[in-house]
Write a protein that binds this ligand. Structure first.
Ligand SMILES: NC(=O)c1ccc[n+]([C@@H]2O[C@H](COP(=O)([O-])OP(=O)(O)OC[C@H]3O[C@@H](n4cnc5c(N)ncnc54)[C@H](OP(=O)(O)O)[C@@H]3O)[C@@H](O)[C@H]2O)c1
Length: 275
């Protein structure tokens, strides 16, 4: 398989690229601002906001499959318009597209959410992801749209692990006890993305862990794994800050995961396994 991973200099894209290489795929990865150090893959620079650049890169690489993990949370053009540019360009070269979306498409008022639940974002980021999902499905009807939740590693590389470490070290920041998500291990998510890429599925899919935990519980699990004192983590309520962010967003992933070989562990399992 000739695979193109967009956003491969990032947390998830990097793991997708590494796993695909191990599986024997020919892989090209893209970065925007951060040229990667790793070798073994071809690296190209790409700004997904530039339709001409996206078209030219896909015409040059002629991938069988594109996995799109590129985004910037605070940039509408990257998060919402980039995927539309990618879907058009993928269609032009006959490439299959797997687009990574987010549980941020939901308000949190209707958990748990199945793949058929109607998105109702309450943040600009969530709205950008919904716009991207709509464009991808319109322009590339055979594409797979994969919504996921907080992505966690074994190495402390994610923002969530860094936040927990900082809170447990007394360096500031409290973690919310009323902000519920379904964290997923980056290895499990990457594996599921590659399996979906190789499948004949299309449409919206949910890939997240089976354990619904608060950011506070997640922080405690991370602290224990990392040998830090979980009792030092300050607690807070997101609801005290007002209604701007979704509180309880649980993805029901049963329909997606039925029939997939990839294991998708819950946070209590993949974090406890190392503590
Ligand atoms: N992390 C989470 O907890 C989480 C939760 C739910 C959903 N997701 C979704 O998972 C996906 C991957 O997230 P992540 O945490 O792996 O992200 P990340 O580590 O921040 O990586 C983002 C990637 O996008 C690239 N990028 C940024 N702006 C770009 C642009 N204009 N053109 C091309 N590439 C650009 C970055 O390249 P440079 O670094 O080289 O600039 C980087 O490779 C995203 O779709 C995100 O919405 C993540």
């Amino acid at each position: 398989m000739n695979l193109l991973v967009l956003g491969a200099s990032g947390l998830l894209g990097g793991q997708v690229l590494r796993q695909a290489q191990l599986n024997g795929a020919r892989v090209t990865g893209t970065y925007w601002t951060t040229p990667p150090q790793s070798t073994g893959a071809e690296w190209l620079q790409l700004d997904v906001r530039d339709p001409g650049m996206v078209r030219a890169l896909l015409a040059q690489t002629r991938p069988d499959v594109v996995i799109d993990a590129a985004y910037r949370q605070d940039d509408w053009a990257t998060t919402a318009e980039g995927p539309a540019n990618i879907a058009k360009a993928a269609g032009a070269v006959g490439a299959r597209l797997v687009f990574v979306s987010s549980d941020a498409v939901f308000s949190g008022r209707g958990s748990p959410y199945t793949e058929t639940a109607a998105p109702d974002p309450v943040t600009r980021y969530g709205a950008a992801k919904v716009a991207a999902e709509v464009a991808v499905q319109e322009l590339a009807p055979s594409a797979v749209v994969v919504r996921t939740s907080l992505i966690i590693t074994d190495t402390g590389a994610s923002a969530h692990e860094q936040r927990a470490a900082s809170a447990a070290a007394g360096a500031g920041g409290a973690l919310f006890v009323d902000d519920i998500r379904c964290p997923v291990h980056v290895d499990d998510l990457a594996s599921a993305l590659l399996e979906l890429a190789a499948s004949d599925r299309s449409g919206v899919h949910h890939v997240a862990g089976p354990d619904a935990v608060s950011r506070y519980e997640l922080g405690r699990l991370i602290a224990v794994r990392d040998g830090l004192d979980p009792e030092k983590i300050p607690r807070a309520h997101r609801s005290d800050l007002g209604p701007a962010e979704p509180l309880d967003v649980r993805l029901d992933c049963r329909a997606t995961l039925s029939g997939l070989r990839s294991r998708v562990r819950g946070a209590r399992t993949f974090l406890a396994a190392q503590s």
